[in-house]
Every structure is written in C-alpha cells, then in structure tokens.
Design a binder for this molecule. Structure first.
Ligand code: GLU
Length: 460
C-alpha cells in the first residue's frame, strides 16, 4: 500500500520520479546500509502526496539535503577491562538536522551498532522530534560496545572514554544526547560526570535522562512507554474501541516496555507477554510487573527467570513467537525489524485491532503494509514513541529555567503532546488524501515543519 501508491496525475508522477531518484542516490552513496535505506525508503514514499502538491520542496532541493547528515562523527573508544586488557570500540554521533533546534537524540550501546543503524535512527529522529512541537533537531549516537556481562567499573571506564571524545561535539545549545538501548540512568550519570570534569562547569542541559537529584525531570523514565499508550488511547477512542479489558502483548522488557506495561495495567487492560533478546514469557493471568522490574531494573537478569517466581507462566526460547499469541493490541517495544511480514500476518489472523511502535522501526516495510491493508490501527514509531524525546525537551526547558516541575505537571504535558501528535498525523493524512494512514500523516506532518524551516534559512 505504501510502496504501491498509484500515480494519480502528472504532479504525482513527477514527485514519484523525484523520490526514486533521491532514493537511488542514497543507496549508491551509502552502500551496505540496509537499515538506513529502509528508513529513507519509508519516509520518501510517504512524502509523495506533499511533494506533488508543493513543488517548492523540489525547487529548493529539500530531499537532496535532508537525506545527507549535516555531520557524522566516528571515533575510537579505547578502555581497559577488569583483566587489565585494552579493548577498543567504535563510537558514533550523527548530527543529522538542526533546522528547528539543537541536535537531539539518544545514544545506543549494543553490539549491532554501526553507521547504518545510527543513521536510520538519526533520520527517524528528525521527524519524530519535529512532531513533538518542541524546538529540537535530529541526532543519534552510540557504540558497538556490549554492556551485557560487563562489570559496573567496566561500564564506567568505557563510558568515560566515550565522553572524552564526544564532549567536544556536544553542548546544551549544540547537541543533547540521552539514552536508548543499553544506555539508562547509570550510563547517563557517568557520561554527565565526565562531561562536567572536562568542561569544568555544570551545564545541566547537555544530556537528558539525568537522575532527579542532579537536574533530571520527573516522568522522563516513564515517558516513552506511557506516551505510547497515550497514543494508543487516542487511536482507539477515535474508533470507539475500549482499551479497558483488552489483551495486550508487549515485546521487550527494557525501559520502554516496562512503562508501557505499567500504563496499560493502570488503564485496566491485561498484558500477557513480554520478552528479551533470548526469548519471551507468556503469563495468561497477566504479567506481574514487579517481578519484571526486579529482574530487569534491579538484578539485571534474563526474562527466563520470571517463571521461577511464577511457575504457571511459560518461557519460550526465541523472540518472534511472541507475535503468535492472540491479542487485541500489540506494542513492539524491543528493537528494529522485530515484526516481519509473517509475524504481521499472524497478528492479523489472530484479530489484532491496534499496533503501536514503542521501539524504533520495529516493523519491516512489508509488515507495515500488512497492517495498513488490513485496516489495523497502526501507530508508527516516530509518532507513537515520541513521548520520550518530548519529555527530554521538557527536561532541557526545566534545566534552562532552573525550575523543576512536578510529576503530574510533566505527565499532563506529555499527555497533551501525544494527543497533539495524533491529531497532527490524522489531519495531515486527511489533507493529503490518505485518511486513516498515520504513517503517511506522521511523516508528512514532521517533514513539513523541518522542510519549511530549511527553506527560510537559505541553502543549509
Ligand atoms: N532514544 C529515545 C528515542 O528514540 C529518546 C531520545 C531522547 O530523549 O533524546 O527517541
């Protein structure tokens, strides 16, 4: 559906040609970067309707410019492990687009990290951040460092070495990193401490996701997961479907999943499964979130251990099987490409009503097409998971004004932002002739803000 949009007229045919040309250049210039290609392909195709209606974007070569990062930094991260051996990892920061504000986006520490992964994440971040309505540009970074099995001191030494290079490229008004997979409160603490040592001053707004005791925002920890569920509420309400009483499957068991589960449970629905990178648990009585939090947030254990505390639950090795569990709502909150075409078909066959992406690009392009063509309510990542970065921007605002808001205040703002993102996406989809298609709606709404800002700022 997304990839096979019909060329209704001359303008649409031209826009399609423009998009294909840009996509070919991206593939040629960035060989072997399949995740980056995938993210670009999805966005470019969904922009055809706005490009066809507004030739100004092509006239100003906006696509040529927007697919090229403003800056890519790649660096060596040497550190000493507990055995006294020198280890070397690779660090990245992609400063993709600063048209509407300082670069903003998380850091991912995971062995799969490479230029393609960071560029796909950075590219998505541009539009996501624009949708929040906050003044933040798009960036992303990370390392192929694997935090699994590392001691606390190894994490600290690695993180300090990472910041020893990164510090010169960031700043509260330049580029503001935060967490992502493998980077949570502990890592942000070490990163902040090292930045402060090097810079010699307390620039609180240089990082977000900080601890509450040193400039963090209340509700930042919960924001991505809660925000995803607020987005689901909007999608369901529009169709008169109740969240209360429904059955939900949430993949992952990291920060996004845990707080998505918490909010779903608060709203009276039942989460029956969650997972980690080894396998998933199915608990027909409903997941006990205290156990998941203990295992993952406190003890750093595998999700497999859940069945020890709850012997009636089942553990299944491998991750994709989680999508064969019948549910009303599916929230992929683990990682990219975790739902392929087959998994999407399985969800549809089991009667899924809504899917919202808590992770970044968890559905393949083919899976998205399966959802859209079967009238499943589908909340794409850059809309559904924007709550995290939105509250990061609120953290920056609190740091600048030296005032801390209450949990309720931040949560209420987050709720409003998620409603607003939903409305913007619905309206843009309607305006450009694809009513109900939130992929097209979110991409167009986010793109328009960034592209318009780029035009008025000259050739940047
Ligand atoms: N890593 C999160 C994301 O994918 C949050 C980024 C941030 O708070 O800057 O949006």
């Amino acid at each position: 559906m997304l990839l096979t949009m019909e060329a209704k007229d001359e303008a649409t045919r031209n826009a399609k040609e423009y998009v294909n040309e840009i996509y070919e250049t991206v593939v040629k210039r960035n060989p072997h970067e399949s995740e980056f290609h995938q993210a670009v392909l999805e966005i470019l195709h969904s922009l055809v309707p706005i490009l066809a209606k507004n030739p100004i974007y092509q006239k100003h070569s906006i696509l040529e410019r927007i697919v090229e990062p403003e800056r890519i930094i790649s660096f060596r991260v040497p550190w000493v492990d507990d055995q006294g051996k020198v280890q070397v990892n690779r660090g990245f920061r992609v400063q993709f687009n600063s048209a509407i504000g300082p670069y903003k986006g998380g850091l991912r520490f995971h062995p799969s990290v490479n230029a393609s992964i960071i560029k796909f994440l950075g590219f998505e971040q541009i539009y996501k951040n624009a949708l929040t309505g906050q003044p933040i540009g798009g960036g992303k970074g990370g390392s192929d460092f694997d935090p699994k099995g590392k001691s606390d001191m190894e994490i600290m030494r690695f993180t300090q070495s990472f910041m020893t290079e990164l510090y010169r490229h960031i700043g509260p008004d330049i580029d503001v990193p935060a967490g992502d997979i493998g980077v949570g409160g502990r890592e942000i603490g070490y990163l902040f401490g090292q930045y402060k040592r090097i810079r010699g001053g307390n620039e609180a707004g240089v990082l977000t996701g900080k601890g509450i005791g040193y400039g963090g925002s209340l509700a930042r920890t919960e924001a991505t997961g809660y925000g995803t569920v607020y987005f689901v509420q909007e999608m369901l309400q529009d169709k008169g479907i109740e969240l209360e009483g429904s059955t939900v499957v949430v993949s992952g068991s990291g920060n996004v999943s845990i707080y998505a589960i918490e909010k779903v449970q608060q709203l009276g629905a039942q989460v029956v499964a969650c997972s980690d990178s080894n396998g998933y648990i199915y608990d027909k009585n409903g997941i006990n979130l205290d156990t998941v939090k203990r295992l993952k947030e406190v003890e750093g254990k595998r999700i497999k251990e859940y069945v020890e505390a709850h012997p009636h639950a089942e553990y299944v090795e491998g991750c994709t099987g989680i999508w064969s569990i019948p549910c009303d709502i599916a929230l992929p909150c683990a990682t990219q490409n975790e739902i392929d075409e087959e998994a999407a078909k399985q969800l549809v066959a089991n009667g899924v009503k809504a899917v919202a992406e808590g992770a970044n690009m968890p559905s393949t392009l083919e899976a998205v097409d399966v959802f859209l063509s079967n009238d499943v309510l589908f909340g794409p990542a850059k809309a559904a998971n924007a709550g995290g970065v939105a509250v990061s921007a609120l953290e920056m605002a609190q740091n600048s004004s030296r005032i801390a808001w209450s949990f309720e205040e931040v949560d209420a703002k987050l709720h409003d932002i998620m409603k607003n993102i939903y409305q913007q996406s619905v309206q843009a989809a309607e305006e450009y002739g694809y009513a109900g298609n939130l992929v097209i709606g979110a991409n167009i709404a986010g793109f328009k803000k960034v592209a318009d800002a780029m035009i008025v700022q000259g050739v940047i």
